[in-house]
Structures are given as structure tokens and as C-alpha cells.
Design a protein around this ligand. Sequence first.
Ligand SMILES: NC(=O)c1ccc[n+]([C@@H]2O[C@H](COP(=O)([O-])OP(=O)(O)OC[C@H]3O[C@@H](n4cnc5c(N)ncnc54)[C@H](OP(=O)(O)O)[C@@H]3O)[C@@H](O)[C@H]2O)c1
Length: 284
Amino acid sequence: MTHNIPQLTLNDGHSLPAIGFGTYPLRGVEGRDAIQSALNSGYRLLDSATNYENEGVVGRALRDFLADSGVTRDEVTVQSKLAGRHHDYDSALQAGYESVTRLGLDRLDVLLIHWPNPITDKYREAWRALVELQRRGVVRSIGVSNFASEHLDNIVDDSGVTPAINQIELHPYFIQEKMRAAHEQLGIITEAWSPLGKRSAPFDEAPVADAAAAHGVTPAQVILRWHIHNGSIPLPKSATPSRQVENLDVFGFELTDAEVASISSLTRTDGRLFGGDPNTHEEM
Ligand SMILES: NC(=O)c1ccc[n+]([C@@H]2O[C@H](COP(=O)([O-])OP(=O)(O)OC[C@H]3O[C@@H](n4cnc5c(N)ncnc54)[C@H](OP(=O)(O)O)[C@@H]3O)[C@@H](O)[C@H]2O)c1
């Protein structure tokens, strides 16, 4: 199946598909099969991380897919994330090479710092290492994940380089208005993790269910379309082939502004799913 997925342009001139595929916790043979099925469904952006321990199967699924499909390497974006234990400059440089090698690819398309870990306070040097990896052509685009505004300002001040992406928790229970506005001001693309709300998905909430009924689509499709409407890139994960197809099929309808506003009104201050506060979370 092929879909015409719109592309969003990054501040470094490269582009990203408007929706991607989350690969956590897909590992091993089942993981490889699920990722290959996602590629066959039409996903062209894969979100991995060193700490997902699945860069190997992500790369393997992609290489098998490219060999069979006629799709070229340049048509697929592979994204990984630097782990917290590798924030030292030299360690971060080496980790970038290790990620590419584990993926079995000649280059990584996107590398993000997974969490800022302000407690160890080494994210500025980790960012300088990503800038160097980009300069060396190991990585095409560089960005961050789970950075608060203060962390973004600090790396931009320190390096003069603005990240292309900040991947943050974002779903109707946690709409991150301030961060999305900060990203817009800085020219950073927002990627949404747990875009469906994972375990506590708001499928049964009236604004979502009503919009689904009005447009003849599923609640998951309404939530993913809400992200697209807001200009954020959702990264839904599903190990279920039929849901993979469903989640990608969100470009044939549009939500009204009133529906978008009503879904956004589901947000709540305790909407964070994992307590992952960027200022206190420590990622190894
Ligand atoms: N940067 C970070 O710190 C960070 C943190 C968390 C996640 N992430 C990234 O974000 C990705 C997605 O996050 P997530 O897995 O936490 O949350 P999610 O994508 O919001 O939710 C995944 C869950 O929803 C189910 N699901 C998927 N499509 C569905 C549909 N159409 N209808 C009903 N249920 C559906 C999946 O079940 P089945 O698989 O059984 O179909 C799975 O249990 C991860 O894979 C990872 O790549 C990043």
C-alpha cells in the first residue's frame, strides 16, 4: 500500500514525513516483523533509540524491506537517540558511530539527545558532539527529545546551532501548548511521543468519539489527525498490522477548528503519562 504522506521541512533544509512509526518496545524476531510490516504499510519514518535496544532489528527490517520493495534508502528516515550515559563529548561521538553501525546503515538520518538529564548537566557537550557528527556526515539532521525551553536556550546559546526537532510527550491529555509555541518561535519541529496517550488513550472521550462518528473514522485516527492539524509529527507504535494501516490512513479527512479545540480541551495538568519531567528525569 502506498500513501502520499506530506513532508515537513526542517530548519536544516531536510524534510520529514508528517507521521512516523514508534518502535519501542519492538525487539527480536517479532519486533523485526512488526517493523517490516510497518514499512510495508507505508511508514517512511522509524523512531528508535539506543535505549530501546532495537537499533539492530530496525536496521535489519529496513535493509530487508529495501531489498524487496524497490523503495530507496533515501525515501526512509531512520531516527535514533543518544542515551544519557553517553553525554560526555567523546562518548557521544563514539555512540553516534555505534548507532549507525548497529543499524547497519551508512548514515543515520536523525539523531536526538534522548533526555537532557540536567542533574548531570552534560547536555551542552552532548549537543556539541551531535553538531560534530552532523559536520562529519555521520548524521544528517540533529535534534533533542524531552528538552524544556531552558535546555533549548542553553544549547543554542552554547553552540549557535538550533536543534531541528524536539520530541516530547504530546497527546490530548497533555497538549504542551507552551512548548509548541516555543518550538514555533525557534523554528523547531515538534515530534509527539505517546501520541495516542498509550495506556490511557482518550478514545472514549466525547470530543474524540464524536469527531470519529462525524467523519466515519476511528478514535485513534481522530487523535492522529489532531496532531497533523497542529503541525506536530505523531509517532504511533503498533505491533498490530491492521492498526498500523489504520494509523497511517489519516490524510483523507480534516477536523474542523471547533473539533480541534474541543479535543485540546481534554488537557489536564497531571496529563503526563510517565512522570517524565525534563527537569528531574534521569535517563541512563
Ligand atoms: N522520546 C521519548 O522519551 C519517548 C518516550 C516514549 C515513547 N517514545 C516513542 O513514541 C512511540 C509511541 O509511544 P507509545 O508506544 O508510548 O504510545 P502510543 O503510540 O500512544 O500507544 C501505543 C499503544 O497504543 C496501541 N494502539 C496503537 N494503535 C492503535 C489503534 N489504532 N487503536 C487502538 N490502540 C492502538 C498499541 O497497541 P498494539 O501495539 O498492541 O497495537 C500500543 O499499546 C514509541 O514507540 C517510541 O518510539 C519516545
